[in-house]
Design a protein around this ligand. Sequence first.
Ligand code: SIN
Length: 539
Amino acid sequence: MIRKTDFLVIGSGIAGLSYALKAAEHGHVTIITKKNIQQSNTALAQGGVAAVFGKQDSVDLHVADTLKAGDGLCDPDVVKMVVENGPERVRELVDLGARFNMAGTGKFDFAMGREGGHSVKRIIHAHDLTGREIEDALVARARENDNITILEDHVAVNLITFSSSVRSGILVTQYENFCCGAYVLNNTTGRVETFHAAITLLATGGASKVYLYTSNPDIATGDGIAMAYRAGASVANMEFVQFHPTCLFHPKAKNFLISEAVRGEGAVLLDARGRRFMENYTPDRELACRDVVARAIDSELKKTGAESVFLDISHKDPGFVRQRFPNIHARCLEYGIDITTDPIPVVPAAHYMCGGVATDLNGKTDVQRLYAVGETSCTGLHGANRLASNSLLEALVYAHSAYLDSARELPAIKKNMDINLAPWDETDTTDSDEAIVVSHNWDEIRRLMWNYVGIVRSDKRLQRAARRIKSIQDEINEYYWDFTLTSDLVELRNIVTVAKLVIQSALQRKESRGLHYNIGYPEREDNRFLAPTVLKKRF
Ligand code: SIN
């Protein structure tokens, strides 16, 4: 059976949902999401949304901070567009029902938090559960919208693309690749279904599960990036993986982040002997940008052989700490750490993919009818290092511009949808009796990426990783065509693709900039590398 829809939205975080709510005013929207609709990276975002509301703040200041963090690689037009549009998109969130911490009685009189790299307080937040607040509001609005169908437990497998010839000028015929939906694994039935869509939006979030240690949930397997790459879209800046400096270090705590807002409220970093060390690395100390803080911690750990460093906010009033960080306080207590009195053991972990599917100012990829928004995209906002709390902002602003552009294009595309899509071909596949191969490969890829493609890199380590990833990928491809699809296999195929793209991009950038640090080339080289790294599949 072929399911038709106007807008196919893949992913249910802030990017997908805010786009879907607007697109639903123009046509039918189908949202497919891998687990339940609330499981997304957005829901785990603690810090908040950076936007210019404060009296001490201005568009110019926010632009300058973003450019500085991006270390020469941001697209200035994109930065300006996002920063200028941010406040309006945040006001819309409030109108949709999201509730943020307030400083006064005005509707938009927000209390502002501070995070690394920001020269003023500009983080709009809901205690330390900002993402959950936003996600809940958007999910509630999506559920009550008759023009939106939500399909949970549906895993996108591949985008469906066609090539058509297009006349450009008098003599030149070009071939244009366009997307008309996706093959999607229905996890309840185990069948792959065909979705025929006028517009397809990738909003699948991050890819940090490609690393052994990450702040991300299990779903962050880079599905959008891998599918877009396979479909012929350009993918950019994949070498810039952001490691968050402070994830909780505890054997029982999986993926738990200690928000940068904790440092914004005055927490300090200590070594195992209780000494502050950040001043040895940068005058901005704990409030330097993430790349700098994560590298400093990595260096301390390597120097001392300690398993973690410590984040200490115990000098602050306990009542304030409990009220400002209720979630972090409660979660740490579960592990026997009272953050009002004890330093918190922390280590860096993979947190955010600054690279992704390359888009224009409308969130449009170079495959026609295919858009990418949020962490899965690379818009040019983050450059070589994302400024804290600019990610939810980017998702909101680009969901809006992608919505405007795609709603404009919809009527013409709908007149031109007479294509017969082939159903998914399962001929000659059998059920796998060796699921262990999948889990071994998962583990090996994530360990390899952590050990050889981490915070500090070298050509030798990257080349070793490239060789090993190639042979794992060959094995997975063989497996993929021979056995019936499962969601684990779909994700495995995606993380190996993402791993390959990160390594290839890192090998191309023979300099150190932002989040990419190669000991063989420790300096930034503006003469040679002041452009994004772009990868595109050759067919
Ligand atoms: C944090 O709360 O530290 C994460 C916010 C972000 O990644 O921007």
